[in-house]
Design a protein. Structure first.
Length: 369
């Protein structure tokens, strides 16, 4: 049984009720549990409203677990937007095919120039991002890989879902990780906001991490677009998905991201917003749920929030990001996917992190076979 079959066997609203029914005693039990033995019920308690008064204790435990497992290391990564061409009509995304924005696809020469600029900023961990378009799929990505590999020691993809054989091909060219965010695990909301295009196929998208694992890719990134649907339930499904991947594809590491909906072309407003306390509670709950998970935060969040939360739970962060194709060489906000909330320079973010005693890692130091 795939995770899609497992997830859709549980009504989405049942997950919300499971969280909302948790009590103080459930939170106490979850906090008292051994660090390697917390289960989904414990996670439900830790993200529940009943746990809000326990936030300081949850954050303290999360900080200690993060330092114990990952030391003081923070991995620095930078997104590289290859194209904003997209055939999908997603109501929440600036790249939606219905939005009248300028479109651009990087040529090999432009990709080389962007990579060179990113390397000059100090980065060797690149996250390649694109819209979903049939004319810019596996062959285009394979063409870009040798160019990117000249500058990056760790390459991640956040592009359209691919077949297992495609991931194997990209792995042979140097691909290290794939991020594929489900956006929401609520089938009704998924149908509502994905109005046209390849992304309408919920099963194919949700089973992508399994194809990544089958291809032997080192790491897979999971996550929900927070605010798109009821976020307690979506987070429960993300936790389930992480456990599923860790059980069935134990050679593939799992990373979780926490993107909150940000303003973008099209004017979509989140129907289920979560505040800063909610997000801190959620991040720290994931750390307590599974100490091995890598947790990521992007420039969607404002500077003060990022500076505060990184030491508590986070293992990877971006800084100085561009969310538009060609944006490191020549900025053009008309091409951007969403509004950046932390526009500080790499140097400013680095200084803030070092004040917390964190060691910034810019490159992959593994010995490859």
């Amino acid at each position: 049984m795939s995770f899609y079959d497992e997830a859709l066997s549980i009504p989405f609203t049942d997950m919300t009720e499971r969280v909302m029914n948790k009590t103080d005693s459930d939170v106490d039990a979850a906090l008292a549990r051994d660090d390697d033995s917390r289960n989904l019920d414990d996670f439900a308690a830790l993200i529940s409203p009943a746990a809000r008064p326990y936030l300081m204790e949850i954050a303290r435990k999360s900080f200690l677990l993060t330092r114990k497992r990952f030391g003081s290391v923070i991995n620095m990564y930078l997104p590289l937007y290859l194209t904003n061409l997209c055939s999908n009509d997603c109501s929440y995304c600036g790249f939606s095919s219905k939005n009248k924005i300028e479109r651009k696809c990087l040529t090999p020469e432009e990709t080389d120039a962007e990579c060179r600029k990113m390397r000059e900023m100090g980065y060797e961990n690149f996250l390649l991002v694109s819209g979903e378009h049939k004319d810019y799929g596996i062959d285009y990505f394979a063409e870009m890989m040798p160019i990117v590999s000249k500058y990056a020691s760790f390459i991640q993809f956040e592009v359209q879902p691919l077949q297992t054989e495609d991931y194997k091909r990209l792995r042979s060219l140097g691909l290290d990780a794939v991020c594929v965010y489900q956006e929401t695990y609520n089938p009704d909301m998924y149908r509502l906001v994905h109005r046209h295009g390849m992304k309408k196929n919920m099963r194919f998208r949700m089973e992508t991490p399994e194809r990544v694992g089958e291809a032997g890719i080192e790491k897979v990134g999971l996550g929900a677009l927070l605010g798109l649907s009821e976020w307690h339930a979506d987070s429960m499904f993300v936790a389930m998905h992480a456990k599923f991947m860790r059980k069935h594809y134990w050679n593939t590491k799992v990373a979780i991201s926490f993107p909150r909906l940000r303003p973008a072309c099209g004017g979509f407003e989140p129907g289920y917003p979560l505040d800063d306390r909610d997000l801190i509670q959620l991040m720290c709950a994931f750390r307590l749920f599974d100490p091995e998970l890598e947790l990521t935060i992007s420039t969607r969040e404002r500077p003060a929030f990022r500076d505060a939360v990184v030491p508590m739970a986070i293992t990877a962060i971006s800084a100085g990001s561009s969310v538009q194709p060609g944006g490191y060489v020549e900025r053009n906000d008309d091409l951007a996917q969403w509004t950046i909330n932390d526009s500080r320079s790499v140097e400013e973010v680095s200084a803030a992190l070092r004040k917390h005693g964190l060691d910034l890692v810019w490159r992959d130091t593994r010995v490859r076979a």
